[in-house]
Write a protein that binds this ligand. Sequence first.
Ligand SMILES: Cc1cc2nc3c(=O)[nH]c(=O)nc-3n(C[C@H](O)[C@H](O)[C@H](O)COP(=O)(O)O)c2cc1C
Length: 296
Amino acid sequence: MLFSDGTSLPSILPGPMEGVTAGAWLKILTRHRWADAWWTPFLRISTGVPRRSRLSAWLEPYLATGLPVIAQIMGEDTARLAETARRLHELGAAAVDLNCACPSPVVVRNHAGGERLRHPEWIAMTLQAMKCAVGTAPVGVKLRMGYESSAEFASGIAPAVCSAHPDFVTVHFRTVLERYDRVPGGLARLSAAREMLQGIPLIGSGDLFTPQDAIAMREKCGVDGVAPARGMLANPRLLVDIRQVMRGETPPPFTSQEKAALLGEFVAHAPRHFQLQMAANLYGKNSPEFNAFLKK
Ligand SMILES: Cc1cc2nc3c(=O)[nH]c(=O)nc-3n(C[C@H](O)[C@H](O)[C@H](O)COP(=O)(O)O)c2cc1C
């Protein structure tokens, strides 16, 4: 995706995942060249604007990969979010993204993340303030289709977002109350969002587990980019596989030797709880491989 300031971001992006997109995950996937950019999980801005040193320490593992970094922030205070965006951009973030999608009850109770969807005019005002703060650098927003109902997108969210002219918008097709439930017609919702966000680069999110899911989303919804998240846990090579299938190639199978070698890298670099999570993701919790790993 190319933005008006000449910044370009890949159109197949690793969706941010709090608790995953950090440390060993960044290092290992970057070393394998399984991602072309990184997107941080949200940084919560509450009582004040974090000092530059704190922001720098937070951003450092992402910047250290040498890949373009989208820094994501969330909060309720427009001025603090705008100033944080300015600092993050000065520290090297290629783009800054406002999270208005997180469904976590703690986050929502504190009027951040997905709760912001109840205040579309706040989203527009905050995006405008962030744009002013970062100059020409790209500013994006992560949305769900609504807080309670996907009808909120047409009635308030889309017009407000369009009025702020963000450089990119990411839409996860569920509502906040749907959290991660199965929802029928996710792609139809995303197609409708595409219609309503005319002229704005749109990244689609939701249930992208295979290359075929990504191709279907691009073809049916006309999105400019895709950002798989949970699918990368079972197949950390998913973004490369998507690119290959889009080129008409067949990705090689992920062999058990490759999985074992990858797990070995996480054993060397990640804490035990994350090693177990990766073993469960790669093999499945009921597999003999996972049970053998548990006993190690
Ligand atoms: C463990 C976890 C943490 C997440 N953290 C974030 C986050 O920090 N910021 C964000 O915008 N989305 C976050 N998401 C949402 C994903 O980026 C994505 O929008 C959502 O999972 C739907 O895509 P998927 O079905 O391909 O997983 C998170 C999702 C998961 C499962």
